[in-house]
Design a protein around this ligand. Structure first.
Ligand code: UDP
Length: 454
């Protein structure tokens, strides 16, 4: 770090990092948080990004933004299997990324590429241009170890799943049940398998592996990754949402009017409801959510993202709902989530357990109600409710009585008090990790050192 500061003082060219995020909200956020953190250490940053879901340059006046075409059409986004979209992007982005990077290199040196691990095509480009590459994994360490363990067990015929019932525990990977196994919502498991193999293949000869987690939360999984999975240096620098000096990475406009509404609510009474940037629901689910919230008698702030209700462009809520909740409910299209979770009125977060939302909730000491939807969310929800014990999982989808009961358990009953205490402890641990001398702080120093050694 001293070296970087000296270089700036002497006017020497500082090391230049090229950053490439995967263009989805849950991937863009941690990547831009990481880039901001590295810039605060003195690196110069160029962000190469797809036209699709491009971040707003005015939020990052000190980054150099370089757009590349991705060839993705609107109709593909609405109809295509998510795994096929990832495949498609890996295909279409390779040539433009190569061209853009070559042009940057003709203007001056690039020290290193930092890319989302799912962009496996970057290995070929980095090899051609003889540039080192570091990967960011935006999920949990437990997700990474579980998928690796599952694959190994399956290959060796050692997975003893007997009855196929969703609630059956899998003895080899406790406390996970069949229904907690990562679900990628694909209609094409072979393509997914191939995508995973490509990602794994492209990990070879990378300089380092960055994870958005912290030692006190996932020490076992991190130790396993260090020992068994990745032979390269691992840097657990999370929670990035707290570690990085904040700027907004939101692709949708965040509605700040809800902050004034929160100011009027009593401390720790509001349940904040949001299911992230990609989850979608049918009308029946929305009706159950609405009546669950209405019948709980608790104030709520509910994010209903435009387009998240199947077949409905506009939000239509059941008759009588508005009348019953007018005094204590607020609905927005998209919220400033981190600020909402940090607000003293918020006492619970009903979430889909995307990894960013899960970390953000822990970082603000807010206990959770878990309704996982896809990908790694089932596994995250299981860890939240049964390992860290900082939340309650809704086990039967969306049912108004179960929702009402879960909200009461979390917000009013003694059980909720214990959960709240545990999440506050976790929050403290997270804060220690990012302080000087903490594990994430040290990891970040290690990452800076390895880049400086190039
Ligand atoms: N988010 C937000 N406003 C909202 C809902 C979500 O800014 O109303 C942000 C949230 O803070 C998080 C991200 O969107 O950083 C969602 O990422 P996550 O991994 O939780 O879920 P995903 O969207 O990838 O399913």
């Amino acid at each position: 770090m001293e070296v970087l500061r000296d270089m700036q003082i002497q006017g020497t060219k500082v090391p230049h990092l090229v950053i490439l995020p995967l263009p989805f909200q849950g991937h863009i956020n941690p990547m831009l948080q990481l880039a901001t953190l590295l810039q605060s250490k003195g690196f110069s940053i160029t962000l190469i990004h797809t036209h699709f879901n491009s971040p707003n340059p005015s939020n990052y006046p000190n980054f150099n933004f370089e757009p590349i075409p991705d060839g993705l059409s609107d109709s593909q986004l609405w109809t295509e299997d998510p795994v096929k979209i990832l495949y498609f992007l890996n295909d279409t982005c390779q040539a433009p990324f190569h061209d853009r990077l070559s042009r940057l290199l003709s203007d001056g040196p690039v020290t290193c590429i930092i890319t989302d691990e799912i962009f496996y095509f970057t290995k070929a480009v980095a090899d051609q241009l003889k540039l080192p590459r570091i990967l960011l994994n935006t999920g949990s360490a437990t997700y990474a170890t579980t998928t690796a363990s599952l694959k190994l067990l399956q290959q060796n015929g050692l997975l003893s799943i007997t009855d196929g019932q969703p609630n059956t525990l899998i003895p080899e990977i406790p406390p996970l049940r069949i229904k907690d196994i990562p679900d990628i919502g694909t209609t094409d498991p072979d393509t997914f398998e191939q995508l995973g193999a490509n990602v794994l293949n492209a990990m070879r000869s990378t300089l380092g592996y960055i994870m958005n987690t912290f030692d006190d939360l996932e020490s076992t999984a991190l130790a396993k990754i260090r020992q068994d999975i990745h032979p390269m240096p691992l840097f657990a620098v999370g929670p990035l949402c707290k570690f990085s000096p904040g700027s907004s990475n939101s692709l949708l406009t965040q509605d700040y009017s809800c902050m004034a509404w929160l100011d009027k609510q009593a401390p720790q009474t509001v349940i904040y409801v949001s299911f992230g940037s990609t989850a979608s629901f049918d009308k029946r689910n929305v009706v159950e959510i609405a009546w669950g919230l209405a019948n709980s008698d608790q104030p709520f702030l509910w994010v209903i993202r435009r387009g998240s209700i199947h077949g409905h462009d506009q939000v239509e809520l059941p008759e009588g709902f508005e009348e019953k909740t007018r005094e204590r409910g607020q609905i927005v299209n998209w919220a400033p989530q981190q600020k909402v979770l940090a607000h003293p009125s918020v006492g619970g977060f009903w979430t889909h357990n995307g990894w960013n939302s899960t970390l953000e909730s822990i970082c603000e000491g807010v206990p959770m109600i878990c309704s996982p939807y896809l990908w790694d969310q089932n596994l995250n929800a299981r860890y939240v409710s049964h390992v860290w014990r900082v939340g309650i999982q809704l086990e039967n989808g969306f049912d108004r009585s179960e929702i009402e009961w879960a909200i009461r358990r979390l917000m009013v009953e003694i059980e909720g008090k214990d959960i709240r205490e545990r999440v506050r402890d976790l929050k403290e641990n997270a804060m220690h990790c990012i302080e000087k001398g903490g594990s994430s702080y040290e990891s970040l120093d290690g990452l800076v050192d390895i880049i400086m050694s190039l």
